[in-house]
Write a protein that binds this ligand. Sequence first.
Ligand SMILES: Nc1ncnc2c1ncn2[C@@H]1O[C@H](COP(=O)(O)OP(=O)(O)OP(=O)(O)O)[C@@H](O)[C@H]1O
Length: 277
Amino acid sequence: MWSPGSDNDSSSNKDNESSIISIRRLGKSFETGSRRKTVCYQVLKDVDLEIRRGEFFILLGPSGCGKSTLLNLIAGFEKQTEGELLVHGRPIGRPEKERAMVFQHADASLFPWLNVRENIEFGLRMRGMKKKERAEISARYIELAGLKGHERKFPRELSGGMKQRVQIARVLANEPDILLMDEPLGALDAFTRRVMQEELVRIWGETKKTILFVTHDIQEAVLLGVRIGIMSIGPDSRVFEIMENGLDYPRDLTSREFNLIQKKLQGIFQDDLYFHL
Ligand SMILES: Nc1ncnc2c1ncn2[C@@H]1O[C@H](COP(=O)(O)OP(=O)(O)OP(=O)(O)O)[C@@H](O)[C@H]1O
């Protein structure tokens, strides 16, 4: 058992506390409609958020509030319309390997003609890394993601949970600083999802990566997050509250403390005030 923020970072406490992502008064709007009549839809407005190095941060909010939009901005897939978004103190340009995205549907991101090992090595090969070094790195992440013995299988021969493991291993092989996870377990059955939640906590503990994880599942948020950023309903969505979750890992879904946090979050979403934020 270990506590959030205790032994999860081998670097100094100062480093542990420092921000890796700084978001100030961030806004994002989209122009929609036809060429004749365009409508501006303001998804995010005045988002302020600091993500600490090495933390497991959850973005929690209902469908359509703008969680993926915020993740896409951090990934560099989209550009903000207002405000500031800094990673390592620098404005974000294009997508880079230091900020890696894990998508909900692994099928869309894995190459069907490559086996597990080749999929994991893909980014390394593209960067011109030598075969021996690639093999060492992929072996490490195959082991870490629990894929040993499945290296030669193709995506079509894998279960949903295994495909998600391959996606995570491939992302980790590129040594990102930040993992951006957009409902990565949303497409899995309940049993596999539970297993993968535990695995993710283990992988996070072993790699010390900063994880920004999007979900609309309150139980998942309490199970995984060190801090939980709660988003208001769109349009003009923002992170209006951040809840600290100091429960030790691995977390017990049946414990009184777990249920108290879960109930507190449920209360926020059921309160009439939430709909008028
Ligand atoms: N490229 C786009 N053009 C126009 N509108 C967009 C675009 N991308 C997102 N939106 C709108 O922004 C809003 C937020 O979408 P987003 O996917 O970020 O929400 P979400 O909280 O991730 O939802 P879910 O949990 O259902 O995935 C939605 O109303 C969506 O229609």
